[in-house]
Design a protein around this ligand. Structure first.
Ligand code: ASP
Ligand code: MG
Length: 413
């Protein structure tokens, strides 16, 4: 069981979580491990303190090992508080910090990756009937320094613990009652999805749906750990709270052609105009961007004014766009192009579904629906199970709503 920041926001909520855990412990035949986030807002506060002490915002390469010591403390507090609340209910429970388990990670401070859970007495404690309350988000390096797994990382901690223990399931409790076909704030007719495949969830998470950290889904898929997303804001024993199961495609009987619509406004479009067109030009441009750690998403290359020159258009996050422009502008003479233009008023809207593999006409439906609303498509990219388009960001809501009904996802009331 994993509880996010809003689920452990204060002592009242922690007590409620203790009731949910207590009920699980009473009714389940196996043991229970609980993974907790810091109280809502706490990690932001700690990041602010760390940045203040460092004298600048620590991002990217600048993460310090002391940053992790500071921000990991939020989860230490909630793990201790929940262990106490469980003891008060008559259970044997104890907290486990990342370094105690230990959760071994690499040395990339601020966004470390888990390498191994050594399980120093940890599985044995659970097998003995003690409830393990694990501080999420944190680990340690081989040589004993504290690390954190990147924002939202306690989802990944939870899946890693579930995989290490061969758990039947990883229940991720949050403030929504599951994964929806799209953002219900934009489309009130969005539906909760009963079951979704790992691959679709991976696309949804990386394309903008914020329910689960992308890496946690990747880890669950690789280890075959089913994840259930459900609400902690319900009474204990609520049978309706079945949430959304993220599982293997084979376990989904009723497959939709399109399962969900995702969107992201954190996009920037960069156009290199009049690039001298010769073999190796794309390799040159994109290796410069890769060297600067810029994650490029959509790419289009087209001839301009004839085959000797091309326009190269790509997208990245808004934050990366400034760096991308300066890297490319610095190399203008070597690359050879006329102009570079940045547009941050763009959004990416994506339709996702494993059914696309076997159905035709999915792209046509998307383009027709956008055309019917007069929305111009600037860039298109596809994978086996998703189609993404880049549009003017002021049309985001309109596009998401139009696509949601075009694929028959609206609830019928
Ligand atoms: N507390 C951390 C964060 O806010 C980790 C998490 O909640 O998943 O990013
Ligand atoms: Mg989260």
């Amino acid at each position: 069981m994993k509880f996010g920041g809003t689920s452990v926001a204060d002592l009242d909520r922690i007590n409620h979580v203790a009731d949910l855990v207590a009920e699980q412990a009473r009714t389940s035949t196996g043991g229970v491990a609980v993974i907790v986030s810091a109280m809502a807002g706490e990690t932001n506060r700690l990041v602010g303190l760390a940045n203040g002490a460092a004298g600048s915002a620590l991002v990217g390469e600048a993460f310090d090992d002391e940053y992790d010591v500071i921000v990991a403390s939020g989860e230490q507090v909630t793990s201790g508080l929940l262990a106490l609340a469980l003891r008060r209910r008559g259970f044997r429970a104890r907290s486990w910090l990342g370094w105690q388990m230990p959760m071994i990670t690499n040395h990339v401070h601020g966004k470390a990756r888990i390498e191994d859970i050594e399980g120093n007495g940890f599985p044995e404690a659970i097998a003995s009937g003690e409830i393990a309350v694990v501080a999420g988000f944190q680990g340690r390096t081989e040589d004993g320094r504290i690390t954190t797994l990147g924002r939202g990382g306690s989802d990944t901690s939870a899946v890693a613990v579930a995989a290490a223990l061969n758990a039947a399931r990883c229940d991720i409790y949050t403030d929504v009652d599951g994964v929806y076909t799209t953002d219900p704030r934009i489309v009130p007719k969005a539906r909760r999805i009963d079951r979704i495949s790992y691959e679709e969830m991976l696309e949804m998470a990386s394309l903008g749906a914020k329910v689960l950290q992308t890496r946690s889904v990747e880890l669950a898929m690789n280890h075959g750990v089913p994840i259930r997303v459900l609400s902690s804001f319900v009474d204990t024993g609520d049978q309706q709270n079945s949430g959304t199961l993220v599982c293997d495609e084979d376990e989904i009987m009723e497959k939709q052609v399109v399962s969900g619509i995702a969107y992201s406004r954190d996009e920037a479009k960069i156009s290199l105009l009049g690039v001298s067109n010769h073999p190796g030009i794309a390799a040159d441009i994109f290796s410069r961007l890769a060297a600067a750690n810029i994650n490029v998403d959509m790419i289009v290359q087209a001839d301009s004014r004839g085959p000797e020159t091309a326009n190269m258009v790509f997208t990245c996050t808004e934050r990366d766009s400034e760096l991308a422009v300066s890297v490319l502008t610095d190399a203008r003479d070597e690359i050879g192009f006329d102009r570079i233009v940045v547009d941050k008023d763009v959004a990416k809207v994506s339709v996702i579904g494993v059914g696309m593999r076997s159905h035709t006409g999915v792209a046509k439906t998307m383009f027709d629906a956008l055309f019917a609303k007069g929305i111009n498509i600037q860039v298109i990219s596809t994978s086996e199970i998703k189609i993404s388009v880049l549009i003017d960001s002021s049309y985001t809501e309109l596009a998401v709503r139009a696509l949601h009904s075009a694929y028959g996802l609206d609830t019928v009331s």
